[in-house]
Design a binder for this molecule. Structure first.
Ligand code: FUB
Ligand code: ZN
Length: 615
């Protein structure tokens, strides 16, 4: 069962995940196959980077000193989670499970770097990531139990969770981990075991944040001294936006949403919905990515969304997607499914190469010709096999391995299809097969495989970009198109989503992208990349009145549909400023070809733009 979120029986959700969503062909099947092939590669990279060795030393199976920061065990746990969703029972996976179990302290505590170095536990919580690692361990354990039935990690996780319950809370230690994640893990562990103290501790961590308890004590002029960095400036119930370190903020919000769901806390749910809207409307890139500042890996001010300096960490996109999924389950509002589509195709997927084994940590929306990166994570270097801080690669692995979970849900009425992929879904006695060439083609054919004798509802999401869609040739509005009837086995329903290319402009307050357009088709945001152009990317000006044609190119970039249009190549002035003159830009007419943004940087690092200046 691939179900990264499984609300309990009493949870306040209107939609429930389905245990048996399958992807059997098409776009996501290819992307998941590449990801599956990357899992053993990931193992080797965790060995090479020393993460596994740290655990082996803690287990007494190796000698030496621990390397790297105390967040490093989390990379192993995310990788184990990916392996679990893929039901990968290779000897490498089994050995890592055993090593993790052997590394655990007698009282349940587990953090290999802290143990090996003999550091005091929970002493630098703002930076030690001890509970962050625990959160990822709990999620890996839950994945193993649900997908493979193996509960070895679950035993480790519950012993550690019991240690946390005995240590933290209103009657114990009241500091918080600087990096949220434990909230998500504890709620999952509660769902998996039914142990109420895990949910209570998660709820405590959610309520206690926003009062400076996760922040580095004392004066520090950097972001480490700033409560906003840790989502720790304003209590969650009164916060009206997201701020600070983007991954911390969205993991925390997703965990708070989980608590709201399991406790039926409508006020808390309202608060996180309000915060999601603030993020979506004022702090999200056109690709769905979040995070504008390199300094502190942080959200910026409202409308601070520079394409060339976008931080847009892959982990932040994954956290935003996890948050949107929980909000979708809680509310059934198609807005969140639209967001998930945007984020998955255009903010998560760009973080991994078409081979599945090279990554972006920072996802820029603009790379200049001749760009030179400074630090390892600079996207100017192109995709990398791994990073010294390797949070993103195994996060992508667990995300792509669990894509089927996010496609469809069920409720008492029937089955809801939120994302489209060739495969199958079952809600009770209602089962359907889906056939589609999405995201290249807008036709989705649903065939009933099994149906009850009474009426059920089939709901198909019509994305917000798909005005003019039809269901069995009848016009349907955006949102959910619903068919309620007694279905016959073999019956077909055909959804047609219009795939006309769209030019997108940014709002009046988004200074960095004024005078530019982004091009989208279906769920995909497109980009110009140097290898497809006859002029340098810097010189291109797109003609917003020119037709944009879609052309399937099965041989290019593992099979994409490119967009072709026209514009000008200006005569690149090599001077930064000149006198203003009114009128159209001067230049020679040129064809312009756009590729899906997710596929850029698979031919080496080249110039690329998502936002293109107009003629
Ligand atoms: O601190 C753990 C992870 O490393 C964060 O989530 C990323 O942003 C990176 O800082
Ligand atoms: Zn990351």
């Amino acid at each position: 069962m691939i179900a990264p979120v499984l609300p309990g029986p009493a949870a306040a959700v209107v939609l429930r995940p389905l245990p048996d969503n399958r992807v059997t062909g098409g776009f996501w099947h290819r992307r998941m196959a590449a990801n599956r092939a990357a899992i053993p590669v990931g193992h080797q990279r965790l060995v090479d980077a020393g993460n596994i060795r740290n655990l082996e030393i803690a287990a007494g199976d190796a000698a030496g000193v621990a390397t790297g920061g105390s967040f490093r065990d989390s990379d192993v746990y995310k990788w184990l989670e990916a392996a679990a969703w893929e039901r990968d029972e290779s000897p490498g996976v089994q050995q890592v499970r055993r090593t993790v179990a052997a590394a655990q302290g007698d009282d349940g505590y587990l953090n290999s770097a802290i143990q090996v170095r003999g550091e005091k536990r929970y002493d630098r919580l703002w930076m030690s990531h001890e509970l962050y690692c625990a959160g990822h361990l709990f999620q890996a354990a839950m994945a193993d139990a649900r997908a493979t039935g193996n509960t070895d990690l679950l035993d480790v996780a519950t012993r550690f969770a019991d240690q946390l319950v005995a240590t933290f809370g209103p009657d114990g230690r009241r500091e918080l981990d600087g990096h949220p994640a434990v909230e998500l893990g504890l709620v999952e562990l509660y769902r998996q075991t039914g142990e109420p103290s895990y949910l209570e501790l998660a709820a405590y961590f959610v309520e206690a944040r926003g009062q400076g308890r996760a922040t580095k004590p004392g004066f520090d002029p950097s972001h480490y001294g700033n409560p906003a960095h840790y989502a720790d400036r304003v209590p969650v119930r009164i916060a009206d936006t997201v701020e600070g370190h983007a991954v911390r903020a969205v993991y925390f919000a997703a965990g708070a949403t989980d608590v709201a769901i399991e406790t039926g806390d409508a006020d808390l749910l309202d608060a996180v919905r309000r915060q999601y809207d603030a993020m979506r409307l004022r702090k999200q890139h056109v690709t769905g990515a979040v995070g504008s500042r390199w300094d502190g890996e942080a959200f910026g001010d409202v409308y601070e969304l520079p394409p060339d300096r976008a931080y847009a960490e892959t982990c932040a996109a994954i956290g935003a997607l996890q948050w949107a999924w929980r909000l979708l389950l809680a509310t059934g509002d198609p807005l969140y499914a639209d967001q998930m589509e945007l984020i998955l195709y255009n903010a998560v997927l760009p973080g991994v190469s078409l081979t599945g084994a090279e990554y972006f940590y920072v996802n820029t929306l603009h790379r200049r010709t001749g760009a030179r990166g400074d630090v390892q994570r600079s996207p100017a270097h192109g995709r990398q096999p791994w990073f010294n801080c390797a949070c993103c690669p195994p996060n992508v692995m667990r995300m792509l391995a669990s894509v089927p979970a996010y496609l469809a849900t069920g409720d008492e009425e029937g089955l809801q299809l939120h994302q489209y992929a060739t495969g199958s879904h079952r809600a009770g006695s209602f089962a359907v097969d889906v056939q589609t060439d999405y995201p290249w083609d807008g036709r989705v054919t649903v065939t009933v495989r099994e149906a009850p004798e009474h009426e059920v509802e089939l709901a198909l999401r019509v994305p917000e970009w798909a005005a003019g869609a039809t269901l069995d040739h009848r016009p349907v509005d955006t949102g959910y198109a619903r068919l309620r009837k007694v279905f016959r086995v073999g019956e077909r329903v055909v959804l047609e989503l219009p795939m006309d290319p769209r030019l997108v402009v940014s709002g009046e307050y988004l200074d960095a992208t004024r005078g530019c357009v982004a091009v989208a088709r279906g769920p995909l945001v497109y980009a110009v990349e140097q290898p497809d152009q006859v002029a340098t990317v810097e010189d291109l000006r797109i003609d917003p009145t020119a037709p944009v044609e879609a052309e399937p190119r099965p041989e290019l970039l593992d099979g994409v549909t490119v967009l072709r249009t026209t514009g000008l190549a200006i005569s690149g002035q090599d001077s930064p400023y000149s006198l203003y003159t009114a009128g159209r830009a001067a230049g020679r007419a040129v064809p312009i070809t756009l590729i899906p943004y997710y596929a850029w940087a698979n031919r080496g690092p080249h110039a690329m733009r998502v936002w293109i200046p107009t003629t």
